[in-house]
Structure formats: structure tokens, C-alpha cells
Write a protein that binds this ligand. Structure first.
Ligand SMILES: [Ca+2]
Length: 271
């Protein structure tokens, strides 16, 4: 903060000029992203956010006031909302910034999510720890339910053709974290076929979880599509979005599908 004292037009008064330059943070990918996995039919990856820098500059003239003790009094927290990323606490002779639960101060003014999965968490052995903005979750290592059986990390296959009629043969479970009120539109998740055959056409659709129209699936090629966030999400909230890839060939009368069940954990704060 830069500070100069100038003479006021009013006799006996001085004006204090305070310039505040505050850099809001760029998005910092955590250990959760970018992240990708390959399965038999689907490859997916969380898309890194493009760095965004919000620069705010405030230039405010404040009349010089005095404490009873005669020391100059300035409430820095009233100068700008951007002086702290989260909470500004005024104190005699200065101020300090505080962060909400689940965050730690990064420098003097910024807040950084604590990755509880790298330190202390209470997930059990049969669970995986998933970090998100402001907290963490424990998810079962085996997400498969009858009639599906686990055939890989987060991957479930239905073994019986008779029981599985009308059901997707494969369900892949993926997780991602996102903070509140992210600017849109934003590419957040890529889904991609890993097995490519000639004369096969892949189509991608959002099967469920998009009742509010928050997402859009943009086909980027015959083997890939991008999930686009079209509305800012406000947390804390969890979305479960089912993305389906259908592979078919009219020549061979072949049709197969895979389902990617994406859990999106939205943090409470926009950082
Ligand atoms: Ca966390």
C-alpha cells in the first residue's frame, strides 16, 4: 500500500491519500487437476482453467482522523473490498486477513485451499480421499453396485447380458472440484474414446444431471467432446452428471455405449 499525506483545502486539516493495488489470484490447479484416466472406452480429463488475473486499483482520499490517544486512525478494511481475498480484520495500526475454514493464508492476503488428503483426513481404507475447495470427501474405492462389478479404478462393468439389457455395459466414475461463481462459458471436462475403429461413429450426450441447464457437451471430434459450464455454479453443492458415449457402425450393425458418471464438487467460495 502506498500512502502520501497532502495539504487539505480546509485550514488545519490534512488529507491522506491512499492507493491500494490488489491482485486477485489466478486459479491455481490443485492436486485434483489436471487429471486424466484411460479406460477401455472412455478417456477423460479435467481441463485446466485459464489463468485469470483481476487487478483492482482504488485511490481514495481519506480525512485524517485521530484516536483519543492522538494516533492516526485508518480502517484499511473500509478502503477496498479487495484488500483481502476473504475477510479483512482491522486492528490498531494496521489490519490482517483471515480465511474461512478449510483454507490457509497464502502470503498476507490470499487464501489457499488446504489439501486435507495430503495431510490429515479420516477416510477409511476402503475409501478414497478427494480434495475440493474448502474441504474433502471420502468416496468408496469400489463404487460399483449390483449387477456391476469393479474391473478397474472407478470402473464398473455389467457382466450379464440378460440382466444388463437396457443398462450401459460400462460405468466409469470420475470426480472433479470447482470453486463457486466461476466465469462462464468454461471448458471443464473432456471425454474421449480410447478405442478407435474404422467406420465407427461416436456420439456424446448428457444423459442426466443437467436439469438446470448448467452444462453443455460440445463435440470436438469423432472421438472426443468437451463438457462446458454455461452457468456459474454456487456452492457448497455437488452435481452428478452422466455423460454417455455411444459407438456405432451402420455397416456392422454394431452399437455399444459407455457411461461416465462425473461428480462435480462446488466449493462455497469463489477461490
Ligand atoms: Ca480442501
Amino acid at each position: 500500500m502506498m500512502e502520501t499525506v497532502m495539504e487539505s483545502p480546509l485550514p488545519g486539516h490534512k488529507w491522506r491519500e491512499v492507493k491500494v493495488h490488489c491482485l486477485m489470484p489466478p486459479y491455481s490447479p490443485t492436486a485434483n487437476s489436471p487429471e486424466s484416466s484411460r479406460v477401455q472406452h472412455i478417456q477423460s480429463s479435467v481441463v485446466s482453467d485459464s489463468s485469470q488475473t483481476h487487478k483492482t486499483s482504488a485511490k481514495i482520499n481519506l480525512p485524517e482522523a485521530f484516536h483519543e490517544a492522538g494516533t492516526p486512525y485508518i480502517n484499511e478494511c473500509e478502503i477496498s473490498n479487495y484488500i483481502c481475498q476473504s475477510t479483512c480484520v482491522n486492528e490498531p495500526g494496521g489490519f490482517h486477513c483471515e480465511c474461512p475454514d478449510g483454507y490457509q493464508l497464502q502470503g498476507q492476503r490470499m487464501c489457499q485451499d488446504i489439501n486435507e488428503c495430503e495431510s490429515e483426513h479420516d477416510c477409511r481404507d476402503e475409501e478414497i480421499c478427494w480434495n475440493y475447495y474448502g474441504g474433502f470427501r471420502c468416496y468408496p474405492r469400489n463404487p460399483c453396485h449390483e449387477p456391476y462389478v469393479k474391473t478397474g479404478e472407478g470402473r464398473c462393468r455389467c457382466q450379464s447380458h440378460t440382466v444388463c439389457q437396457g443398462l450401459p455395459p460400462v460405468i466409469v466414475y470420475k470426480y472433479m472440484s470447482i470453486f463457486s461463481d466461476r466465469s462462464v462459458p468454461a471448458d471443464i471436462f473432456q471425454i474421449q474414446a480410447t478405442s478407435v475403429y474404422p467406420n465407427m461413429v461416436n456420439t456424446f450426450t448428457i444423459r442426466s444431471g443437467n436439469e438446470g441447464g448448467e452444462f453443455y457437451l460440445r463435440r470436438s471430434s469423432n472421438i472426443s467432446a468437451m463438457l462446458v459450464l454455461t452457468k456459474p455454479l454456487t456452492g457448497p453443492r455437488e452435481y452428478v452428471v452422466d455423460l454417455e458415449m455411444v459407438t456405432q457402425s451402420n455397416i456392422l450393425a454394431y452399437r455399444s455405449s459407455s457411461l461416465l458418471r462425473l461428480t462435480i464438487i462446488v466449493g462455497q467460495y469463489p477461490f
